[in-house]
Design a protein around this ligand. Structure first.
Ligand code: NAD
Length: 318
């Protein structure tokens, strides 16, 4: 297939592209190398892809609708995997308009460009577990009410889901939203806790833990996420929404323990007050994704952390 991946140079996008290329697809990657984290890290994520003749990189912004329209016309993709976004819960409290602009306007541009093509592609787009807000009942199901996101980031992702249903209603566009639950692994986004804590523990520095460390996250290994994204693409024929989580939440303290024992260094923990926007738990019910797209995450947290730390050490030595 001929596939367009937005957010190509990011953590999840670069892994998705490597897997699509390994399966023999032709891939165009779009990214604007947004300054949220370093361009050099993002360029490094694409080293394998750039060496493949079935890959081309286009540098551009999803908010630029002329560029998006002409890119869609020129490549006429069979499928679009739309991952470009301003990610991150806490920074979204500082710049809510920016998050709405990139995530909501940018995503609307992608849907609009897709529906205007003679043969509209399937569109798979990234949503987030954060749409579930702060709730006690778990695991979280796609049928749960999700009208109370507690950060601008979460609200922007929920808005994209609603816009997807509008585009499906109006134009019959085939659209699948994927609610990712804290992805981790090699090329981890540097702002996420696993990357930050690995760095700090390695340098014998104190770890800021917001709250008492009992918050739980359903950490999901990136290759499991990638399998889910590709199965979702293969099975996208209508309007769909799936949780892609591990269905096995881990507390922040357990996460720190696993990282520190893998590194062989004791952590120094600095407890701080909980942050606004953070939820107390995420926990995916994945039965729908399992039944409809065969999603079946298989990487245990300890194995995933071992892989991450092997990769981290290789980066440190290059
Ligand atoms: P990432 O920041 O590593 O990747 C996003 C990529 O999008 C970056 O390379 C960035 O340069 C690019 N981008 C940002 N703004 C852009 C714009 N205006 N135009 C074009 N490209 C732009 O993030 P990630 O962790 O790989 O996340 C991928 C997607 O999954 C995002 O939509 C994110 O919201 C979502 N998500 C991620 C997680 C997670 O745990 N990593 C969890 C839930 C949802």
């Amino acid at each position: 297939m001929n596939i367009l991946v937005t957010g190509a140079a990011g953590f999840i996008g670069s892994h998705v592209i490597d897997q699509l290329l390994a399966q023999g697809h032709r891939v165009t990657g779009l990214d604007n190398f947004d300054p949220f984290y370093s361009e050099s890290k993002k360029r490094r994520n694409l080293i394998n892809a750039i060496a493949n003749t079935h890959f081309q990189l286009v540098q551009g912004d999803i908010r630029n609708n002329e560029l998006i329209d002409s890119l869609f016309k020129s490549i006429s993709p069979d499928a679009v995997i739309h991952l470009a976004a301003r990610a991150g819960v806490r920074p979204s409290l500082e710049s809510p308009s920016l998050y709405m602009d990139v995530n909501v306007t940018g995503t609307t541009n992608i849907f609009e460009a897709a529906r205007k093509l003679k043969n509209p592609p399937k569109v798979i787009y990234a949503s987030s577990s954060s749409v579930y807000g702060d709730r006690e009942t778990a695991p979280f199901r796609e049928s749960d009410q999700v009208d109370s996101p507690i950060s601008p980031y979460a609200a922007s992702k929920r808005a994209c889901e609603i816009i997807a249903s509008t585009f499906h209603h109006l134009y019959g566009l085939r659209l699948t939203g994927l609610r990712f639950f804290t992805a981790y692994g090699p090329r981890n986004r540097p702002d996420l806790a696993i990357a930050k804590f690995t760095n700090l523990i390695s340098q014998n520095k104190a770890l800021p833990v917001f709250g008492n460390g009992s918050a739980r996250r359903d950490f999901t290994y990136v290759s499991d996420i990638v399998s889910g994204v590709i199965s979702a693409m293969d099975n996208c024929n209508n309007l769909h929404l799936y949780n892609l989580g591990n269905c096995n939440p881990i507390t922040v303290l357990e996460m720190i323990q696993t990282i520190s024992s893998t590194l062989g260094i004791d952590p120094i923990i600095d407890f701080q007050t909980a942050q606004p926007g953070d939820v107390s738990q995420t926990y995916a019910d994945i039965s729908k994704a399992n039944m409809e797209i065969g999603f079946n995450p298989s990487t245990s947290f300890s194995e995933g952390i071992r892989n991450y730390i092997e990769w981290y050490r290789r980066q440190e030595n290059t």
